[in-house]
Design a protein around this ligand. Sequence first.
Ligand SMILES: Nc1ncnc2c1ncn2[C@@H]1O[C@H](COP(=O)(O)OP(=O)(O)OP(=O)(O)O)[C@@H](O)[C@H]1O
Ligand SMILES: [Mg+2]
Length: 225
Amino acid sequence: MVLEVKGLCKEYMRGSQPFYAVDHVDFSMDKGDFVSIIGRSGSGKSTMLNLIAGLLDPTEGTVTISGQCLSGLDDEALSAVRNTVLGYVPQGQTILSNLNVLDNVRLPFYFSKREGTSTARAMELLEQVGIGHLAESLPKELSGGELRRVSIARALMCSHELLVLDEPTGDLDPETTAEIMELLKSIAEQGTAVLMVTHELDTTTYGNRTYVMDRGRLTPSKIAL
Ligand SMILES: Nc1ncnc2c1ncn2[C@@H]1O[C@H](COP(=O)(O)OP(=O)(O)OP(=O)(O)O)[C@@H](O)[C@H]1O
Ligand SMILES: [Mg+2]
């Protein structure tokens, strides 16, 4: 089992009224699974991914990735675990504009304080996502689809077990979206568990399972695609 989510909840306040942004979510993923989560704006998708990525503390429930439970760890231990068990592509653009493409991809390696050199691994990942020729370019010289490939390569730098993506194609045209989805499918076929949140129903056809998020509740999709 790569990911196991049990009874996961996040409670927030709206005014003086508490509500569950994530409401008792249970699900799990194996090696090579490609899971899509679809849901309306505000349904709790990003909150759930942030809980899975260890960026938010759950009100209740647990997240276990590759046998490592994220609960009860202090900040330093949590960062160390996060850096080894998952790669996260957050919603929006997160590439650093003052570093070239290769250095953006190498960045997590330095945060993880590992020994050795990261250049060969970063180049291998850039080739895998189809932009090896752009290694020395600056982010401002890249298209939206190319930038998304940089984010994916960077997320895979320190962990190949679980790749989590929040709306990876929300700002891309249909053709570039299809290319990114093919890339994610091939990453899953090589054994990485891929968990993606999306607004776009079409993109769920690339995965092997789809769930719907509605007011914090996660249920398997009954939509025939
Ligand atoms: N820090 C917070 N405090 C209070 N409420 C919050 C907080 N963060 C998110 N929310 C609320 O929780 C709900 C879920 O938000 P979330 O960002 O997870 O939605 P989403 O499904 O990712 O939406 P989108 O598709 O627009 O990205 C929303 O109603 C939002 O207003
Ligand atoms: Mg969101």
